[in-house]
Design a protein around this ligand. Sequence first.
Ligand SMILES: C[S@@+](CC[C@H](N)C(=O)[O-])C[C@H]1O[C@@H](n2cnc3c(N)ncnc32)[C@H](O)[C@@H]1O
Length: 291
Amino acid sequence: MNLNTIVTSDNIEYLKTLPDGCIDLVVTSPPYDGLRDYNGYSLNLHGLGEQLFRVLKDGGMCVMVIQDSTKDFAKTLTSFRTIVDWCDNIGFRLFECNIYHRQGTEGAWWKKRFRVDHEYMPIFLKGKRPNYFDKEPIKIPSKHGGKVMTGANIRTKNGRTGSRKVKINPTKCPGTVMSFGNTCGGESKLKSKHPAVFPNMLAYDMIECFCPPDGVVLDPFNGSGTTTLAAKCLGRNYIGIDVSEEYNAIAKERMLTETIYRKKEDVPATINPLSLLLSDHQDLQHSETQE
Ligand SMILES: C[S@@+](CC[C@H](N)C(=O)[O-])C[C@H]1O[C@@H](n2cnc3c(N)ncnc32)[C@H](O)[C@@H]1O
């Protein structure tokens, strides 16, 4: 099996060439509901789910980012159908369905609908329990971190209640609604050449949380290479598949020229941190069809 590679292929066809149980983590985002035409390739999310289940290790995870488009004032339900299908018919179990909280922009349809500022992040589990789960690196700042809280209730040995002082931890466990900053396509000029990207930090967080240090990360819809770049920066092995030669060229260039940093302090002095935090002008897949 070739590791640390970006492959131009239909994902199902390529996955058929991989052995069983060789992947630790999948992070991916399918194009949904024909919102975009990717060289006329049709989507077979059921067939893809079968192959992903086969190539994942027992205890491996699959994080998907997905939304529904809107037709005639109603959601298409593709995301929900996929979740139920993969769990009922393929063998996955739903570890969690997080919400990716994004900016969301108003469009031509804004008078008739809410401004959609979320996507679903179903996290599928193969087997009984995750092989690897480390939420330490992805903890988020506590609002009152470092302050001392008085009045935390305790019960003394004689049964009476009292209060004590508790120092609040600077960070806390991330919740199931996740934000990854305002940037997306604006994170790099190269990345913005792809119309439907997810944030670097989304892939980075999920990989640190669910993939062991020597593990293999797969993105079967690799696009501009966000997942493979994050995997490389975190020292994990990766396989990226995309049907488009054009997008793979972007991904390969990003792999050679870009680095993802978790904190501004990690950015080398030679790079202007502001250049890494460009505007939030793009989040394009993740827009809705107009009514
Ligand atoms: C939503 S984009 C993924 C973007 C990626 N998450 C990123 O941050 O750049 C979906 C990608 O799936 C690719 N794609 C569509 N159908 C495919 C197929 N059958 N096999 C492989 N890739 C496919 C498209 O070319 C597109 O780049």
